[in-house]
Design a protein around this ligand. Structure first.
Ligand code: PBG
Length: 323
């Protein structure tokens, strides 16, 4: 029976220690993945305008950054690269000495314990900024799959610990799994951006990664924000293709998707707290309109509560010390 005055739900809220005992959700630094942008050059640590506190790093500057990340207890980083040259086929994405491949080697050399996850997508590397190659004015899904497979293998050879395909091409997980397995990387896990929505919350990232499409949008491959059942089909398909971890992205406008996925699937779920979500917090905090630290904690806790097993977030470093 759940009736006043016998039931007084406030009883368990009176003391902080009791609130902690009954707390249903715990946020830990061990759940966090920190995205890092790497670029060519020497001594580069360039702040991204709409993302205060987040930088593009050249390889020499990357070393201090990853040591910092590791000493804060953050277990993993997610790498994005800005190539020296872009072309139609995103060639630098799968070159043995591409910027991301070099960054992987650098990190593995200086902080071997840190888990390095490589984003697998062509958009930072193509001159047109789309996530796949283009034939006859269309994204060529199946030709793109081969290149994504090559990209994953080249990162695996460089020593990456996990790959994260984000191009939203049909069949990308199967293509990457088979390319990896053919090259004897059978134990390398795939974290698939399964339910990745076409979202305006990626705006600041595209400035950071210099990957804004030069024409059109990503609606022919990324999901429509009106759909939720379709997300379950995407996830199911990725699991059937061999995904080890599935992802929902963005986070805050899609927590219903996270919660539903949690009840339907048993695989670990990653949630990406994306750039626009970060920028909005930073902008409001800058104006002193919100209490930044408590807002960040509330956001990350809500993502956990919805069902995330891990969170990719630009807030990782600043919040690690507070947890
Ligand atoms: C690459 C990719 C994007 C993000 C992660 N991987 C951008 C996009 O699809 O346009 C967005 C991350 C963020 O906004 O923080 N395809």
């Amino acid at each position: 029976m759940n009736r006043y005055p016998m039931t007084r739900l406030r009883r368990l809220r009176n003391k902080e220690a009791v609130r902690d005992l009954v707390g249903e959700t715990t946020l830990s630094t061990k759940d966090l993945i920190y995205p890092i942008f790497v670029t060519y050059g020497q001594g580069v640590k360039k702040e991204i305008d709409p993302m205060p506190g987040i930088h593009q790093f050249s390889l020499d500057m990357l070393v201090t950054e990853v040591k910092d990340v590791q000493s804060l207890g953050i277990p993993a980083v997610l790498l994005f690269g800005i190539p020296s040259q872009k072309d139609d086929h995103g060639t630098e994405a799968y070159k043995a000495d591409g910027i991301v491949q070099q960054a992987i080697r650098t990190i593995k050399q200086h902080t071997p314990e840190l888990v390095v996850i490589g984003d697998i997508c062509l958009c930072e590397f193509t001159s047109h900024g789309h996530c796949g190659v283009i034939s006859d004015n269309q994204i060529d899904n199946d030709r793109t799959l081969e290149l994504l497979g090559e990209m994953a293998v080249s990162q695996a050879k460089a020593g990456v610990d996990m790959v994260a395909p984000s191009a939203m091409m049909d069949g990308q997980v199967a293509a990457i799994r088979s390319a990896l397995d053919k090259n004897k990387h059978t134990t390398l896990p795939i974290m698939s951006y399964s339910a990745k929505y076409s979202s305006s919350f990626y705006g600041p990232f595209r400035i950071a990664a210099e990957s804004t499409p030069s024409y059109g949008d990503r609606k022919s491959y990324q999901m429509d924000s009106r759909n939720s059942r379709e997300a379950m089909r995407e996830i199911e398909q990725d699991l059937n293709e061999g995904a080890d971890i599935i992802m929902v992205k963005p986070a805050l406008s899609y927590l219903d998707i996270v919660a539903t996925a949690k009840t339907k699937f048993t695989s670990p779920i990653a949630v990406y707290n994306v750039s626009g979500e970060y920028s909005m917090v930073k902008a409001a905090a800058e104006q002193e309109w919100i209490d930044e630290e408590s807002v960040i904690l509330e956001i990350l806790t809500s993502i956990k509560r919805a069902g995330a097993d891990m969170i990719i977030t630009y807030h990782a470093k600043e919040i690690a010390e507070k947890l």
